[in-house]
Design a protein around this ligand. Structure first.
Ligand code: HEC
Length: 182
């Protein structure tokens, strides 16, 4: 193959490449695909405000349990807690059912109610207490807060509905524990 032949082949290859690229350019000009203005998913950002920075720092929930509790409605919570009553008794000195008695559960040691056979995963948390934060996380998503818990309940996802239930639980006490600061 002499130099001229090689040039012809190289030229043909180059020309083909140019056509291919040209078509690509052309098609992207014809079938102009726009990037959507809004992405398909929304990224939640804590509302800016006095507490905005603190929340971002701890990557906590958008609204703190303290501020949700501050506007909680105990009677709505009592109604919401009917979902729990299938398994939990709420009365003072009441029995354990499928789940342990929940009278005065706020600040009670985790897995500490007498006579109830807790799961191993719940027992593993027995050094902790049922603080408002712990209750909030557990009632929101039991299986995430305490993997392998035997509480067969999906959780209460709505923040205010959950805070209402927690406020109701807090009221079931001889000495209700103060809510955390909003
Ligand atoms: C289907 C039955 C069932 C339902 C419904 C249910 N629970 Fe439970 N719950 C349990 C069981 C069982 C346990 C024990 C979990 C373990 O040992 O892992 C438990 C444990 C708990 C504990 C820990 C108590 C302790 O002594 O450590 C809390 C708090 C609790 N449940 C709150 C609730 C609330 C609030 C609701 C309603 C919003 C609810 N549960 C609904 C079955 C249930």
């Amino acid at each position: 193959m002499d130099g001229f032949e090689f040039n012809k082949i190289a030229g043909a290859v180059l020309a083909t490449a140019l056509v291919v690229f040209g078509l690509k350019e052309l098609s992207s000009a014809v079938y102009h695909s726009e990037t959507p203005e809004k992405p398909g998913f929304a990224i939640e950002v804590a509302e800016s405000g006095a507490t905005g920075e603190a929340q971002a720092a701890t990557a906590g929930p958008a609204v703190s349990i303290g501020s949700l509790l501050a506007s909680a409605d105990i009677s709505k919570g009592a109604a919401g807690a009917k979902a729990c009553a299938a398994c939990h008794d709420f009365s003072k000195g009441g029995p354990n059912k499928t789940g342990p008695n929940l009278y005065d559960v706020v600040e009670r040691g985790i897995a500490s109610h007498e006579g109830f056979a807790y799961s191993d995963s719940m027992k593993a948390r027995s050094a902790e207490k049922w603080t408002y934060e712990n209750l909030d996380a557990f009632i929101k998503d039991p299986k995430t807060a305490t993997p392998k818990t035997k509480m067969g309940f999906a959780g209460v996802k709505k923040d205010q509905a959950r805070a209402d239930i927690i406020a109701y639980l807090a009221s079931l006490s001889d000495a209700p524990k103060p809510f955390p600061a909003p």
